[in-house]
Design a protein around this ligand. Structure first.
Ligand code: RBZ
Ligand code: NIO
Length: 347
């Protein structure tokens, strides 16, 4: 399936720039917030311009969950069962992402893209593509149809949110072993050496880290014929929740939403979304740079400047939730600050 992403409208760029520059402050004095306000005004602004201030409406944090066959091979500090346990924790409101999302008044929704075993809870959105992926060093993680089906699910999920008035989504993930999958995907897409794309994830020791690199290297070699196409690469090395993330990013951009990117996994999904449809890039806001080795390089590849750098290494969407108040502040200055003319300030 293909996504029809409209290139972000640039017709208002001059007006937006002029509005930012005519607020009562020295030029550029709000630093990165000015770039953020520019992006948000561009993506969220609706004509007639200036008459309707751009605003964040019904924002939603989606946590994409899925399990990874490679997690059985000692690449994480935690067993696969923790994915599902953490999903229960998200539903109970007890994870770090819940604390930050509450602060930010940001509702959280969990989507199951393929945990090993489903959780029977009606609050979870069922987008299951399987019961955990196969270990990618032994064979393809999934088949190509799963990627296509995942994109379809993502489009209908985002379509529902769009219908409800949501114009901004924040994305997070939960899947034990998914730093391995994301690192492999990143190495395949960028050609960077495996060592530069692989980090300690949940905090693995040196032995586990060496094993992680070896398995990823083995997987890249095994699937080398598939790595010319982003969809085939996602099938060979991906995770169900990573496919869901790529689909949600593409569908969010297609619906004209601002899409807030979290840490390493969501950034790698953003790389694939942009490889599939480069128009998606202008809809993305990068909340933070995590501690994970590889994230800085991934952000470079995306020409992204993250808002925060807090040394997080947690995922879940925690960084995206933390950044939301800052997004609101950027729009608040844009919409509420007086102009030099109105305030009678003469410089
Ligand atoms: C208790 C716990 C809570 C988490 N919340 C997010 N992650 C994070 O850790 C996982 C990726 O790291 P790795 O590839 O090393 O498994 C993902 O699920 C990510 O969201 C967690 C991990 C654990 C153990
Ligand atoms: O960058 C992230 O989001 C991250 C890093 C380590 C573990 N889990 C998530």
């Amino acid at each position: 399936m293909t996504f029809n992403i409209p290139p972000v409208s640039t017709v208002m760029d001059d007006l937006i720039r002029r509005r930012i520059d005519s607020r009562t402050k020295p030029p550029g004095a709000l630093g990165e917030l000015e770039a953020l306000a520019f992006t948000l005004a561009r993506v969220l602004g609706t004509p007639p311009f200036q008459a309707t201030p751009p605003e964040i409406r019904a924002p939603r944090l989606l946590i994409m969950a899925g399990d990874h066959g490679v997690a059985e091979f000692g690449v994480s500090i935690a067993p696969q069962a923790v994915t599902r346990q953490m999903v229960s924790n998200f539903l109970a409101g007890g994870a770090s992402v819940n604390a930050f999302a509450r602060q930010a008044d940001l509702p959280v929704t969990v989507v199951d893209w393929g945990m090993r075993t489903a959780l029977d809870d009606e609050r979870i959105i069922d987008a299951r593509l399987g019961a955990g992926t196969a270990a990618f060093h032994q064979g393809p993680a999934m088949d190509r149809n799963c990627v296509e089906a995942g994109f379809e699910h993502a489009r209908s999920l985002i379509g529902r949110l769009h219908h409800e008035g949501t114009n901004l989504i924040a994305l997070g993930e939960m899947g034990i072993g998914n730093t391995s999958s994301a690192s492999a995907l990143m190495a395949a897409l960028t050609g960077h050496p495996v060592a530069a794309c692989v980090g300690r994830g949940t905090g693995v020791n040196d032995i586990q880290l060496a094993r992680k690199k070896a398995l990823i290297t083995q997987a890249l070699r095994r699937h080398r014929e598939a790595l010319f196409d982003p969809i085939d690469t996602l099938a060979a090395l991906g995770g169900f929740e990573l496919v869901g993330l790529v689909g949600a990013i593409l569908a969010g951009a297609e619906a004209g939403m601002a899409v807030v990117i979290d840490g390493f996994m969501v950034s790698v999904a953003a790389m694939y979304a942009c490889a599939i449809a480069p128009e998606a890039r202008e809809y993305l806001i990068f909340s933070h740079q995590s501690e994970e080795r590889g994230h800085a390089l991934a952000l470079d590849w995306l020409a992204a400047r993250p808002l925060l750098s807090l040394g997080l290494r947690i995922g879940e969407g925690s960084g995206a939730a933390l950044a939301l108040p800052m997004l609101r502040s950027a729009l608040a200055f844009y919409n509420e600050m007086a102009s030099f003319d109105d305030a009678g300030v003469t410089v």
